[in-house]
Every structure is written in C-alpha cells, then in structure tokens.
Design a protein around this ligand. Structure first.
Ligand SMILES: Nc1ncnc2c1ncn2[C@@H]1O[C@H](COP(=O)(O)OP(=O)(O)O)[C@@H](O)[C@H]1O
Ligand SMILES: [Mg+2]
Length: 374
C-alpha cells in the first residue's frame, strides 16, 4: 500500500480528536526532525534599554518564544519512564504478528506525561528509521509510531478514522466503522508501526456509555495489531485500563489486562533529601535557560524554591506555566527578573492554586522545606 501525501494545510477533520499537527504522519515527522531551538543572546538590562524599538521588539519576541518552549528537561520522572519504555519495546519485538501487550501511563494532569512520551516517541522513531531505513522491504513508508489524542466524545468510528487520517489513507468518509478499522490495520501492518500512543484516554470514562465499546476495541487492538499500545490518562490504574462496566470474566479481556504494564508518573516530592535535591536541580536547569537582563544566579533556587513548590505543588506543568507567565511579564514590564512580587501578580490553573493554600500553611509552620538538610 502506498500512502498519499497529505496537503500541507490539511487539518484533522474530526472535531472530537485533538487538533494537533501530530494528527498526520507528515506533521509528526516535522516534529521529529525539527532542529533544536537556538537560545537568543543574553543581553544585560542596560543593553536592552539601548536597543531601538524595532530591535527590542524582535529580541523580546524571540525571548518569549524561547521561554515558551523550554525543555523537555531530563527530569528524573522522564528518565525513569524512558528506561521502562525502552525495556518494554525492546522486549516486545518478537517476530510475527503475536500480540505485543500494552502499557498504561497513569498520572494527574500537568505531570509531563504527554511531553515525556512524545520525546520518547521521537527517539524511538529516529532509532527505527536509523536501523531499518525510511521504507519497508515492501517499499512502503515506515512509520514506527502513530499517536492519537482523545477528546470529549470519541466514537469507535472517529477513532478508526483518526488512525486512517494519520496515515493519510485515501478512504472515503462514508466507510463503516469496520471498514475504517480494517484500513487502519492495513496501514499499521504495511507501515510497520510498532508503537501506538493513545493520549488522554480518560476522556472515554466521561462518555455516555462509559466508552465500553471503544474500550473493547482497544483490547482488540492490543491483541490483534502487532504493536505495543501505550495509553496515557488519569486514573487508568484504579479503574483498570479497561473501562468501567466491561465484563471482566471474558477470557480474552482478562488476558489483555494481564499483559498491560502499569506505569505511573508522580509530582516532585520534598519529603526526602533526594526529592528536595531533584526539585532544586529542576529550578537550577530552568534558571540557566532564562534570558532576562537582570537575572541572577540563585534567583530561583535560593530565593524562590519553597515559594515555587508551594504554588506548583511539585507539578512541572504548573511550574512551567508560572515561569512562562513570569517571563512574559518580566519582559513586558521591563523588570527583567523573576521575584516573588512578580509571581504574586498573577494566578495560574485553579487546581494548583487550591493545593497551594494548604502547602503555604505547611511551609509557614516549617513542617515542610525544599532545602537540603545536610
Ligand atoms: N520534561 C519537561 N521539561 C520541560 N517542561 C515540561 C516537561 N514535562 C512537562 N513540561 C511542561 O509541563 C506542561 C504539561 O506537560 P504535559 O506533558 O502536557 O503533562 P500531562 O500530559 O501529564 O498533563 C508542558 O506543557 C510543559 O510546559
Ligand atoms: Mg497530556
């Protein structure tokens, strides 16, 4: 099967699925092959003041762009996840179309699940292409990874259509769910896809019929498609990757459950020496990357470590949101530095703000600290 090239302006058609560039293989490849961003030059506040209006405008825009795309950092969570995924994928490469089992990655929002998996998928894609070439022996394009993101009400048909869309399968919209499913399997086989990522799987739990039908469909995929199925979501552990309301006595289903490896992502924790060091290491890494005219060594690590933990409750997503917002404001107001006063002037996501109030009390009473004790 040869896969058609998607028009550059083509968008994911299904509004039920997230509209990322990754929705198509070419978009995915662009992301994989994107060159590393180059850091803008670090100018002092005085140098910045001497820039002409238009030069300052360009400089500020480049800095904002840089700050908004920091990372991915090799956090301990990311490194541990990558280790597990390499082990699992490399142990899953038996010949033939044997079922490869599944991996479920569980964790609250903003822990860096999608980010870490995306980074892994890029490396995996590159390694497979390096090892086996960009084309299969049959002459089809090789697509080692396929990624689908769920949204609100995703039906089985939407899902199968999204799979076909990823490969730019020329199939018609009028096709049945089964037909789309068959084409999807064709694409997976001919493009020798080895890893299928389904992000934000928890959206299925909130669906009308508990997503039973599509839940079963995933089990069928895990069993019949010769690839490793990696689902990402919140609460996959408690409910099982299998959705509520599915009969567990079904032997086939029981088998899928058994072959599913549960992985988890956790926030930074400061209850141990090691945890405190890891948190400060993260702040140090962020600090080094900032392009602000009046930045100072230790600006985050020494002065704001407790404060930033309190506000983000150890979630990298909230921390990075604070940093992005802080930097934008520091540049716009010409403060050119990050401090408590500046962070106090805005709010971020509400979950982090709620948890923050509890932590603030603990820090004040000195029950908690991010400082190493030794
Ligand atoms: N390893 C990382 N390095 C830098 N920033 C990260 C990293 N992981 C996550 N982030 C930041 O946190 C945000 C949320 O991460 P994301 O992967 O979307 O979390 P999740 O999928 O767990 O909800 C990202 O937009 C990014 O800004
Ligand atoms: Mg995510």
């Amino acid at each position: 099967m040869s896969t058609a090239t998607a028009a550059p302006h083509a968008k994911a058609k299904s509004p039920q699925l997230d509209n990322l560039t990754f929705a198509r293989k070419e978009g995915w490849r662009d992301a994989v092959d994107a060159p590393k961003r180059v850091s803008p030059e670090l100018l002092s506040t005085r140098q910045i003041r001497r820039l002409s209006d238009s030069a300052a405008d360009i400089y500020n825009q480049r800095r904002t762009d840089w700050h908004n795309n920091l990372g991915p950092f090799k956090t301990p969570q990311l490194v541990a996840l990558h280790d597990d995924l390499w082990d699992i994928l490399d142990a899953n490469s038996q010949d033939g179309n044997r079922a490869k089992g599944a991996v479920a990655l569980d964790g609250y929002p903003g822990l860096g699940k999608s980010c870490a998996v995306e980074e892994f998928a890029k490396q995996f894609h590159q390694r497979e292409i390096r090892r086996h070439g960009p084309y299969t022996r049959a002459g089809d394009e090789r697509w080692p990874v396929c990624r689908i993101g769920m949204r609100g009400n995703t039906s089985m048909k939407d899902f199968n259509a999204a799979l076909c869309d990823f490969y730019a399968h020329p199939g018609k919209r009028g096709a049945t769910t089964e037909q789309l499913g068959k084409w999807a399997l064709d694409c997976v086989l001919s493009c020798e896809t080895r890893l299928l990522i389904i992000d934000d799987l928890h959206f299925l739990h909130w669906q009308h019929h508990g997503g039973v039908e599509i839940g079963n469909h995933f089990k069928y995929i895990a069993n019949d498609f010769p690839l490793t199925l990696l689902s990402i979501g919140i609460g996959l552990g408690e409910r099982g990757v299998l959705m509520e309301g599915i009969s567990y006595d079904d032997a086939v289903l029981a088998q899928t459950t058994r072959r599913t490896t549960m992985l988890e992502m956790r926030p930074y924790a400061i209850s141990t020496e090691r945890g405190r060091r890891q948190w400060r290491q993260l702040l140090m890494t962020v600090e080094q990357r900032l392009i602000l005219g009046s930045k100072r060594r230790g600006m985050l690590v020494d002065d704001l470590s407790d404060y930033l933990f309190e506000r983000s409750t150890g979630h990298i997503g909230s921390l990075m949101e604070l940093i992005r917002r802080g930097c934008t404001r520091a540049i716009r107001t010409r403060t050119e530095t990050l401090n408590r006063e500046l962070f106090e002037s805005f709010k971020i996501d509400s979950a982090a703000e709620r948890a923050r109030r509890e932590l603030a009390v603990a820090f004040r009473t000195r029950r908690l600290t991010t400082r190493p004790l030794r």
